[in-house]
Design a protein around this ligand. Structure first.
Ligand code: SF4
Length: 663
């Protein structure tokens, strides 16, 4: 193992223990299983069965159903029987929070139970408690007494278990000792895992979910390392970004978190949590999984990506790579976005609307959005209109020579041509390097010591992310401080596939502090026009350029490297949900989507919602039929507000806290 995975430079799956869930085998190199969770009331047997069938038909290999109390746990039998009667034998998973009694009933009925170690034994009171080591050990004994009966039932009935830690719902005990950190998340699961192993029970899967992909990635990696250090083996991993939200943002956040770990070869089953009907999660899961089909058998990549011998960054915590500043790139600047418009034959002011610049002829003024690209790449085209705001243009060297305004136009060279070029900008030069065919050994000193050079890294290797990551490791080893822009092309076909590709390839690197800019494009094999005609409702975009620009900004937002819009943390909903989550999320989004940087949580129930809101600034939480409780951070500020007026009350709350701006 290399630190936490089989290889940092090629795709190799991590070997995990084999787990049996009914007839389904998981881990130990079995295919990566996809799954989802129902959103119906568990007491409504027929609605739950019918939704389960829609999910199964979409390809879900496991169906999770909430069991908040004993009566729902008991009703799992009716659901299971009805599914069997209709010819469906997909394993069912009972989702348990707070209720060991329900877990002990469910474990006798369904193939798997999920317990949350943050609330299986403990009620969350947000208390800070100082434990001595002896007191802490007593707490573990208390957990043993409450948890072991469930383990014994699972052993007896052949039931599998997921120990599912959530960043937002760690116990007060863990929070007091470790804080809400990846270390705390790992320890939370390990406490339960050790107790299960004491009973020689191993039919276990683990998860480390967070709505923040950065925290989630670090926690899973640390979990793998901790398991190997302590047991010399690893249990299968269930990957997911929790409360990811809906539409493009939900998909990108999920792909950044799940995709980064899958690139590391981690993950035996995945769930993409979207605030949409659960069957819509399955195609996204499948798009993520299919990227790895056949990847391991690629001999070419093994030859061309030598191992990293010295790790120059910490994969368990975030630190941005240190660079010097070139113009507005690198140093303390947020990563820049470069829009690739070179395929447009004649660029007009209207084209810039897709990348955040809207020209108003009446006033002769440009309106610039928070998600406006910083640079455009036009290749051989000089623009015949005045550029808006701080927008700058990247062009081929000959075109740059011909450009009049050298403060707005900058050249891009290949590495070879830069070293031999006689005319260069004295302010900013972009130099392209393909990590597939280059090693840092061959970097010309004229490039790395030049304070005007921004390196543009791309890779044509099919393990592209790994080969760029390896280049970064070498660059850092050599102490090279030039800023780096990540260039990624997609050769996929559908909007979802493109989103997932871009989010995985670049998100994985931004999460590791690598990258001072992003430029997304399309290879010859992609069908760009399908972006416009795909008919996907979440893609409310004008054209391919707007789609690409939005995607770039969403990746930076998901990796928390550049905040350009409101952040929504909305739960996927389940049988506990007390209002129409999709409709409410859309309503809240419509009136708050101009609040750049504000984090708003929309949670279906008051039992789990407040705990799972993670670091939201404001929370809108269902607290009873037709009732909403509003939060500022973790603190209740308005209790049981009538849902008819709750969105207005939320706006008032945001205003009272001076986080509101007029649209
Ligand atoms: S927060 Fe949402 S998904 Fe989680 S238990 Fe409550 S309603 Fe279900």
């Amino acid at each position: 193992m290399q630190w936490y995975c089989e290889s940092l430079t090629e795709y190799k799956r991590l070997k995990t223990r084999e787990v049996k869930i009914g007839e389904l085998l998981l881990g130990n190199y079995h295919p990566i299983r996809v799954q989802t969770m129902t959103t119906t009331d568990t007491m409504d047997t027929i609605a739950t069965v019918e939704q389960s069938i829609r999910c199964i038909e979409a390809g879900s290999e496991l169906i999770r159903i909430t069991a908040p109390s004993k009566k729902e746990a008991e009703n799992l039998l009716n659901i299971k029987n009805e599914l069997h009667k209709r010819g469906f034998h997909t394993p069912l998973v009972a989702d348990i929070h707070f209720t060991p009694n329900a877990a002990e009933i469910a474990a006798r009925i369904v193939e798997k139970v999920r317990v949350n170690p943050g609330n299986y034994v403990d009620k969350k009171k947000f208390e800070q408690i100082e434990y001595t080591d002896a007191e802490y050990a007593e707490e573990i004994d208390r957990i043993r007494d409450r948890f072991t009966p469930l383990v014994k039932i699972c052993k007896e009935y052949g039931t599998a278990m997921r120990i599912g830690t959530n960043h937002g719902s760690l116990s007060d005990r863990i929070m007091s000792r470790y804080g809400d950190t990846p270390v705390g998340m790992v320890e939370s699961a390990m406490e339960f895992l050790r107790l299960a192993r004491d009973e020689t029970y191993h039919n276990i899967v683990l998860s480390m979910k967070s709505s923040n992909p950065q925290v989630m990635v670090q926690a899973y990696r640390l979990l793998v390392k901790t398991m190997f250090d302590e047991f010399g083996e690893c249990y299968p991993l269930h990957l997911g970004v929790t409360e990811a939200g809906d539409g493009e943002d939900g998909r990108i956040k999920s792909a950044v978190g799940i995709g980064t770990l899958m690139e590391d070869g981690l993950g035996d089953t995945i769930r993409v949590s979207l605030t949409e009907d659960p069957e819509f999660e399955i195609p996204v899961c499948k798009d993520l999984v299919k990227r790895y089909t056949g990847r391991e058998s690629s001999i070419v990549n093994r030859e061309l990506a030598p191992a990293i011998s010295k790790l120059t960054y910490d994969p368990f915590s975030y630190q941005r790579r240190e660079t010097f500043t070139v113009d507005n790139i690198g140093g303390k600047h947020v990563p820049v976005v470069i829009a690739d418009l070179h395929k447009i034959e004649k660029i007009t002011p209207q084209h810039l609307q897709s990348i955040g610049y809207t020209y108003d002829e009446a006033t002769d003024k440009w309106n610039i959005s928070d998600a406006a690209a910083d640079y455009v790449f036009t290749a051989k085209q000089l623009l015949d209109f005045e550029l808006p705001g701080t927008l700058k243009v990247i062009v081929a060297p000959d075109t740059w020579n011909a450009a009049g305004d050298k403060t707005k136009y900058f050249p891009i060279f290949s590495d070879f041509h830069y070293s031999t070029a006689t005319k260069k900008s004295d302010k900013l030069n972009f130099v392209m390097i393909d990590c597939f065919s280059n090693s840092v050994e061959f970097f010309d000193d004229r490039i790395v010591n030049d304070p005007t050079v921004v390196i543009c890294l791309s890779s044509t290797n099919s393990n592209a992310m790994q080969s760029v990551r390896r280049m970064f490791a070498e660059i850092m080893n050599k102490g090279i401080k030039n800023p780096v822009v990540l260039i990624t092309d997609s050769n996929w076909q559908t909007p979802d596939e493109h989103l997932i590709h871009f989010a995985t390839e670049t998100g994985a690197l931004f999460l590791e502090g690598m990258g001072d800019g992003i430029c997304l494009g399309y290879g010859e094999q992609s069908k760009m026009e399908e972006i416009k005609t795909s008919g996907r409702t979440y893609l409310d975009v004008k054209d391919i350029y707007q789609f690409t620009n939005n995607t770039a900004f969403s990746i930076l937002q998901a990796t928390r490297t550049r905040i350009s819009k409101t952040e929504y943390i909305s739960c996927p909903s389940c049988g506990r949900t007390l209002f129409d989550l999709q409709e409410t999320t859309a309503k809240i989004r419509a009136v708050t989507n101009h609040l750049k940087g504000v984090k708003i949580a929309i949670m279906g129930c008051i039992v789990n919602g407040p705990g799972e809101m993670a670091d939201a600034d404001f929370g809108y939480v269902g607290s009873g039929p037709g009732k909403i409780t509003l939060y500022k951070g973790k603190e209740i500020v308005k209790r049981n507000v009538n849902s008819e007026i709750a969105v207005e009350e939320l706006i008032d709350l945001i205003k009272e806290n001076e986080a509101w701006v007029e649209p």
